[in-house]
Write a protein that binds this ligand. Structure first.
Ligand code: OAD
Length: 239
């Protein structure tokens, strides 16, 4: 496997697969439903307008499940990697479960939002779920009284931190994709961007992702089993 050099800058993209071993269900394994819901019903602005109570119920349950889960050795291996190259590490996650943050990752962006937060559809003020009254089926904004919505980037909406993500990918020399099926854009295009500028590309996944043609090194298996050894191996020549 590729050995990191002093000047390497590592960019990592993670998806639902890295949290699977923490007990969080992925999106596209199995029957195409997300915890028995159609994606259009619970992960689009139109779904929220149609049935905001259902959408809130769904995300409250996902939030509770995420709080019950613990980071696994895959999340922890990325914390160890960052500790070894703190100024040359950038982690992009599509996950909304907060497990990377709880594991201790620092230079991290959560491009699809966070289960732990929400914002007002009128005044746009953001809140942690711990700051609001979650008892009503449709929680209200403490500032202006209008409806709140989960701070999740739904289909048809612009992911967060895109400027920072694209700028950082432009300077990376190693790009690692972990536990993502390559179905959802723009995230699925990041590895191709890194490849264009000559970065070494590595994928760790249970099965070949849709965009696997951009990968120079494909490692098939579970993130929690592979990442601790991979990080050790890749950093073996660093001082
Ligand atoms: P998917 O469910 O589409 O893909 C998860 C990938 O992880 C699959 O390729 C699995 O084979 C793989 N996998 C499962 N268990 C694994 C393990 N233990 N180790 C390694 N790989 C494993 O999830 P994402 O690609 O993350 O968007 O989905 C992308 C986006 O689609 C999500 O962020 C979400 C969803 O709609 C929003 O919520 C906005």
């Amino acid at each position: 496997m590729y050995k990191l050099k002093e000047n390497d800058f590592v960019c990592i993209l993670t998806g639902a697969g890295i949290s699977a071993e923490s007990g969080i269900q992925t999106f596209r394994d199995g029957d195409g439903l997300w915890e028995n819901h159609r994606v259009e019903d619970v992960a689009t602005p139109e779904g929220f307008i149609k049935n905001p109570i259902l959408v809130w119920k769904f995300y409250k349950e996902r939030y509770a499940a995420a709080l019950d889960a613990e980071p696994n050795p895959g999340h922890k291996a990325l914390v160890d990697l960052e500790a070894m190259i703190p100024d040359k590490f950038f982690l992009i996650t599509q996950n909304v479960d907060g497990l990377h943050r709880r594991a201790g990752s620092q230079n991290l962006v959560e491009m699809h939002g966070r289960l732990s937060a929400c914002f007002c559809i009128k005044c746009a003020k953001h809140f942690q779920l711990t700051e609001i009254n979650l008892k009503p089926a449709l929680p209200h904004c403490p500032a202006c009284g209008n409806y709140l919505r989960p701070d999740i980037v739904w289909f048809g909406e612009m992911p967060y931190h895109m400027d920072q993500i694209l700028a950082t990918i432009k300077k990376c020399t190693v790009f690692i994709t972990i536990g993502t099926s390559g179905n959802v854009y723009p995230a699925a295009s990041f590895m191709a961007e890194a490849r264009k500028i000559g970065a070494v590309t590595i994928t760790v996944n249970l099965e070949e992702p849709l965009n696997n043609q951009e990968t120079q090194h494909f490692i098939k298996g579970k993130a929690g089993e592979i990442l601790p050894g991979l990080v050790k191996d890749m950093t073996a020549e660093l001082g």
